[in-house]
Design a protein. Structure first.
Length: 146
């Protein structure tokens, strides 16, 4: 490609600086790096502790109120709608902390989504998860104020 050599800019050849040998590149000494001394180290701030109610609020949605639920509440069983990621042990702790009662047993039911027709159009009835909580004898939960 000697034809296009005229387009390239000609570079002046570097001359060796005083104290350097020609043809060899002198090694540079690394510059001294200044180390900054930090007099005070700021402590790492921890996230504020979450309140217990917020943990329970993330598990329990609302009490499930129906005719069957009110009949079961007379025998010490209460029904709550819960979030999909909640499990039995978490629900047991949440009810005990939130209402201050002793929980004997927790049963969980998954209600699946169902297709419904309305005016010839298909729709979905959303599914949910509910927990049936059995309390120890002598314990009660006031869900609805009288």
């Amino acid at each position: 490609m000697g034809i296009f050599n005229f387009l390239k800019k000609s570079r002046p050849q570097s001359r060796p600086k005083s104290g350097q040998k020609s043809g060899k590149i002198a090694k540079r000494k690394p510059k001294a790096v200044k180390k900054e001394i930090v007099s005070k180290v700021e402590p790492i701030k921890k996230a504020p502790a979450r309140r217990k109610e917020s943990v329970e609020a993330n598990l329990l949605k609302e009490p499930h109120i129906s005719e069957k639920a009110t009949d079961l509440s007379e025998s010490g069983k209460y029904i709550f709608k819960i979030y999909k990621n909640a499990n039995k042990s978490e629900i047991k702790k949440a009810i005990a902390n939130l209402y201050g009662v002793a929980v004997k047993n927790v049963n969980i039911i998954n209600i699946k989504t169902k297709e419904r027709l309305l005016g010839g159009k298909k729709g979905k009835k959303h599914g949910y998860k509910k927990a049936i909580i059995t309390l120890e004898k002598g314990h009660k939960i006031e869900i609805l104020p009288h």
